[in-house]
Design a binder for this molecule. Structure first.
Ligand SMILES: Cc1cc2nc3c(=O)[nH]c(=O)nc-3n(C[C@H](O)[C@H](O)[C@H](O)COP(=O)(O)OP(=O)(O)OC[C@H]3O[C@@H](n4cnc5c(N)ncnc54)[C@H](O)[C@@H]3O)c2cc1C
Length: 318
């Protein structure tokens, strides 16, 4: 119940145009942008991806920010930026891993167009990187529960077309066990997250401990023998070191070597943990957001860490 209330408050703040315009223009909040966002431009995003790789061998998943976009011009700008970042990091011979929210490429305006838009990005990735090693793909982020079916359907269609795609699934949803089961048999790439959304008890686990328990069980499934034989690629996206340890232990027990799966974390969150994992030989990726609309991304990070909420309140009061 508490988690649901808290997440709903964060989602409300993320979607409020008034909060966004105030926070994005206030000096008091600029520390959040500096911490969680690489910068405004494709060049800034690319520079961060190059430095993460050169310094610590950490790969990147590039995310031009924005969500629930209802302005066609902004959808076009988002698409251009997704293409440009794929070109830019591909030019540095890095993995081309581009994250996308369906609601930023047209779902709000015309759900029928989302597939066409996603397909154009995935085709560009294949054209740029299909011939070279790496985990190149268009990664579908997962938004609220109403978007799970349409997102999986587009992912599956593009995957059946032979395009490089990957899918995020959320441990807070009860249905995810079955969704992962179906993706296992497709040999997909799946990024497991706890979930930054909330839903009623019929659809979702309500407490953090239930979500963590479910995450453990899903990790077991993602590193199972059927997963291995189908060519499934597990991506464990969490800052929770206990879950990272569960993934490593399960991987070893079932014969998976580092590089046959990966960990993913967010830019600016527990960076020492990401560096340590990479230094131990694990494959690590960092989600690198860039662009102008940083408040919805940052407010979720505030929600995940009470210390950030205190820092924000203090800077606003100064
Ligand atoms: C790469 C990536 C992609 C994601 N994509 C999606 C998506 O598509 N859809 C979706 O619903 N959610 C997504 N998420 C968010 C995810 O669902 C969780 O809300 C978020 O990762 C927090 O959960 P956690 O597993 O890190 O565990 P938590 O229990 O929240 O955190 C684990 C530990 O990390 C610390 N920590 C967490 N956040 C911070 C912070 N900001 N600063 C400092 N310490 C912190 C906590 O204090 C705690 O000690 C994504 C997360 C990652 C890492």
């Amino acid at each position: 119940m508490m988690r649901r209330l808290w997440q709903s408050a964060m989602i409300g703040l993320a979607r409020s145009e008034t909060a966004k315009s105030f926070m994005q223009n206030s000096r008091a909040t600029s520390f959040l942008r500096g911490k969680y966002v690489a910068g405004e431009s494709v060049a800034a995003g690319c520079e961060r991806a190059v430095s993460l790789f050169e310094r610590d061998g950490i790969r990147s998943s590039m995310f031009f920010m924005g969500e629930y976009v209802d302005d066609p011009a902004l959808v076009d700008e988002t698409l251009r930026n997704k293409m440009n970042i794929a070109d830019a990091i591909g030019g540095h011979q890095l993995d081309i891993h581009v994250s996308v929210d369906p609601t930023q490429i047209g779902h709000v305006i015309d759900p029928e167009r989302v597939q066409e838009h996603a397909q154009s990005i995935a085709e560009r990735i294949r054209q740029l990187a299909g011939h070279r090693d790496g985990v190149h793909c268009l990664m579908f982020d997962m938004e609220d529960a109403s978007l799970v079916d349409p997102t999986i359907a587009i992912h599956n269609t593009l995957q059946d077309m032979g395009l490089p795609v990957a899918l995020t699934l959320q441990a807070y949803l009860r249905r995810t066990r079955e969704d992962i089961g179906r993706q296992l048999s497709r040999g997909s790439r799946v990024r497991l997250v706890k979930g930054a959304f909330a839903a009623g008890a019929k659809l979702a686990f309500q407490s953090n401990s239930e979500i963590k328990d479910n995450s453990r069980q899903l990790i077991e499934l993602m590193f199972s023998a059927p997963a291995r034989s189908s060519g499934f690629y597990p991506i464990i996206a969490t800052h929770d070191t206990a879950l990272q340890d569960v993934a490593i232990e399960t991987a070893r027990r079932n014969g998976w070597a580092p590089g046959e799966y990966e960990f993913e974390m967010l830019l600016g969150v527990r960076e020492n943990v990401a560096r340590d994992l990479s230094a131990k030989g694990e494959r690590v990726r960092v989600y690198v957001p860039f662009g102008r609309d940083w408040w919805p991304h940052a407010v979720r990070r505030i929600g995940e860490n009470p210390k950030n909420a205190m820092l924000l309140i203090r800077s606003l009061l100064q």
